[in-house]
Design a protein around this ligand. Structure first.
Ligand code: NAI
Length: 709
């Protein structure tokens, strides 16, 4: 009766002992294996994965032992059978599952493959296409689907254990040979070769530089090409490749980082452990532009009734149409009728231009233009109209939360909820507390993130918060590289090869160059407010590039205008092609400013962009804006397309080694003394000086959380 839930050495030993006893005892006719407390097994404990004495080898041996038992063994699957748990079930001769049970081999999502012979047994049981799908995606499947696939023999709605015992009694005496998967051939396909080569292309494309899906594919292919024992050897080899690749460690870090980032604390002493959220039974969204539409969709999907507000009827109509279109699409995707999402019901989703309709909502999310005066006006209104307890959230990308809160009579209820575009798709929600934000408000925003199935990361208030603040020096370097001799397509290529979904220039074109332009105008960096005689490439003694401003002045706002750092097939087009006009502009620009273009290699592009971003991350940690490097990494993986198999920027820095990051920053900073973003941060220097400690120890080297308040 050892609990199978997370394998430990003790569990494996207990199972082995139990089987041996059963085999030796003539009064035992059949064996049933189940988990404890309604869960079969979630596989190995992830924290044990990277440790040297992980029980994989013994797990495979146990699975073989189960399979070779002379008495029928039946698995009773309740709750989940995942990873090694499912591999154990595959060793059994029969499988009975509860209707609510889920099964899967999620190893791939942690950079591994099912290493206890699962890649060899599963294709023999359910065929290559289905097995490949499960093993290369790691998806969980419900019991009903498992039954269709032949993964389980029976699905029951009542007592699974009793049903398994019934089945065991029924099959006593029947031959076990046909039930031993290792002895079965892999079911044939009309054209296995063609299927495999197509599947390989698909898997590679989805993997985006991640090794595990490809090696999972290879392991399953081995099952089609060689006898079981050889396939098992191949599986083990491939497993070892993954284990030592570094990607598995990064993916496991990313998995644990997401958990760690749930635990928020503020320098003021508020924390996840003591704060309690308020219920959110209704919400309002102000502004139905790019962001508001996605936010409304996200709320409706989470079953939270929404009031959607626009500035006038014309905007309201456009916004309503856009929201309805998104919701229709989501409904189709979710394979639900529009009925089930219920968004045609005004009690669930109401459109208005009347602020009075916001009187009773529990929470408001403001997503109007990025303009401080406008936001303050709206928050002033909200503070007068909304009920006393209502949480007032802003979706600003960079503006000061405290200043917005100052327009209200209840700054303790004002908080930043920074969604990412498209808001109904992107998982990240950056949650920004201000000087007066209450712990309850923070906890409520965190709870909202959960309800929306997003990852909420709590951070402090500073220009650009965490994500965009780290992005600024990165994009700045990218532009400086153009000035010095590179091209947008060259820079993007390097960062996309590194694993980013899109490089910085493609990203700027997608987001719209006008956004940053307006923000720089607001900051007095460009436009009529710049004093006459200001050097074109300098602001406040620091290097500045007017290149993005020049593009905007020629009406090149990116995809929306069909031209930006690239050209597109039309306004709103998505296919970027390098633009001779821009190459020309760059050449002229360099001429005008007397810049001698030089060849810039991949290493310099990568290091200047990434290390300046990482450098800013250290500044953020030192200032107490985020509670730990995990928070920054979770933000980058979920909001900025950072390749998960590289664990996030701070984890990546730890793998490069902080002394090396520091040395490179020193080098680039010496070459560009007028670029503060390249000047190594003091916290980074300190960590390098104390001997490059592991990432989980970094925060203990901060002399004390500096108070920003
Ligand atoms: P947008 O320009 O697409 O939409 C803004 C909407 O607000 C417009 O539909 C406008 O009619 C409406 N609006 C303006 N004044 C209003 C008022 N007084 N009452 C009601 N509605 C009003 O802007 P977008 O891109 O959706 O951005 C909204 C906010 O989200 C900004 O603060 C922006 O910085 C932030 N944000 C934008 C991201 C993006 O990728 N576009 C990403 C994350 C945050």
């Amino acid at each position: 009766t050892a609990s199978l839930f997370c394998f430990s050495f003790a569990v494996l030993q207990a199972l082995e002992d139990g089987l041996e006893k059963a085999d030796a005892d003539p009064s035992v006719k059949a064996v049933m294996i189940c988990g404890e407390n309604g869960k079969f097994s979630a596989g190995a404990d992830i924290r044990g994965f990277s440790s040297p004495n992980r029980p994989v080898k013994s797990l495979a041996a146990l699975v073989s032992l189960i399979e070779s038992s002379k008495k029928p063994v039946v698995a009773a699957i309740e709750g989940v059978a995942l990873g090694g748990g499912l591999e154990v079930a595959l060793g059994c001769h029969y499988r009975v599952a509860h209707v609510k049970a889920r099964m899967g081999l999620p190893e791939v999502t942690l950079g591994l493959l099912p290493g206890a012979e699962g890649t060899q047994r599963l294709p023999r049981l359910i065929g290559v296409p289905a097995a490949l799908d499960m093993i290369t995606t790691g998806k969980h499947i419900p019991a009903t689907e498992a039954l269709k696939l032949g993964l389980v023999d029976e699905v029951v709605e009542e007592n699974t254990v009793e049903a398994a015992i019934r089945l065991a009694n029924k099959v006593i005496g029947q031959p076990l040979g046909p039930r031993r998967l290792s002895l079965k051939p892999v079911p044939k396909l009309p054209d296995m070769e063609a299927f495999l080569s197509e599947a390989r292309v698909r898997v590679k494309k989805q993997a985006q530089g991640c090794l595990a899906p490809e090696l999972c594919f290879q392991a399953v292919r081995a099952a089609t090409q060689m006898p079981f024992a050889d396939g098992v050897r191949r599986e083990r080899e491939l497993f070892m490749v993954l284990l030592s690749s570094g990607q598995a460690r990064a993916l496991q870090y990313a998995f644990l980082a997401e958990r760690a980032a749930q635990k928020w604390t503020t320098p003021g002493g508020a924390s996840w452990s003591s704060a309690t959220p308020q219920p959110v039974r209704s919400a309002a969204v102000i502004g139905l532009g790019t962001m508001g539409r996605g936010i409304v969709t996200s709320l409706v999907k989470a079953n939270i009734p929404v009031v959607a507000l626009e500035q006038d009827l014309e905007y309201l109509n456009t916004g309503r149409k856009a929201v309805m279109l998104l919701l229709e699409r989501e409904a189709t995707k979710m394979e639900l009728g529009a009925q089930t999402l219920d968004f045609h019901n005004p009690a669930r989703l109401q459109f208005t231009v009347d602020f009075d309709s916001l009187r009773d909502v529990d929470l408001v999310i403001e997503a109007v233009f990025e303009n401080m005066a406008l936001k303050k006006e709206i928050f002033h209104k909200l503070s007068r109209i909304c009920k006393p307890g209502a949480l007032l959230c802003t979706n600003t990308s960079a503006l000061n939360i405290d200043e917005i809160a100052s327009a209200t009579s209840r700054p303790q209820q004002v908080i930043g909820t920074h969604f990412f575009s498209p808001a109904h798709v992107m998982r990240l929600l950056e949650i920004i507390y201000g000087r007066h934000t209450s712990p309850t408000a923070i906890a409520t925003a965190v709870q909202l993130a959960k309800a929306l199935k997003k990852v909420g990361v709590v951070v402090g208030n500073c220009f650009g918060f965490v994500g965009n603040r780290m992005m600024f020096p990165y994009v700045q370097q990218a532009v400086f590289l153009l000035e010095e001799g590179s091209r947008p397509e060259a820079v993007d290529r390097v960062l996309e090869d590194f694993g980013f979904k899109i490089g910085p220039f493609r990203m700027s074109d997608l987001a719209g160059l006008d956004v940053g332009w307006r923000s720089r105008q607001g900051q007095g960096l460009t436009g009529p407010s710049v004093p006459a005689g200001t050097p074109a490439r300098q602001r406040q003694g620091q290097r500045y590039s007017p290149l993005p401003d020049l593009l905007c002045e020629s009406g090149r706002f990116g995809q929306k205008t069909g031209k930006g750092w690239y050209q597109y097939e039309r306004a709103g087009g998505r296919t970027a092609t390098p633009d001779p006009w821009l190459h020309n502009l760059l050449a002229q620009y360099r001429d005008t400013h007397g810049i001698e273009p030089r060849f810039i290699d991949q290493e310099e592009i990568l290091e200047r962009c990434l290390f300046s971003l990482i450098n800013e991350g250290f500044a953020i940690l030192a200032e107490g804006i985020a509670s730990g490097p995990e928070h920054l990494d979770v933000i980058y993986i979920n909001g900025y397309g950072w390749p998960k198999h590289k664990g996030g920027p701070m984890f990546y820095a730890s793998t490069v080694g902080l002394p090396r990051v520091l040395a490179k920053l020193h080098k680039y900073s010496e070459a560009h003394p007028d670029v503060p973003g390249l000047r190594p941060n003091a916290f980074l220097k300190k960590l390098a000086a104390v001997g490059n400690p592991p990432i989980k120890e970094w925060m203990s080297y901060l002399s004390q959380q500096s108070s920003r308040l």
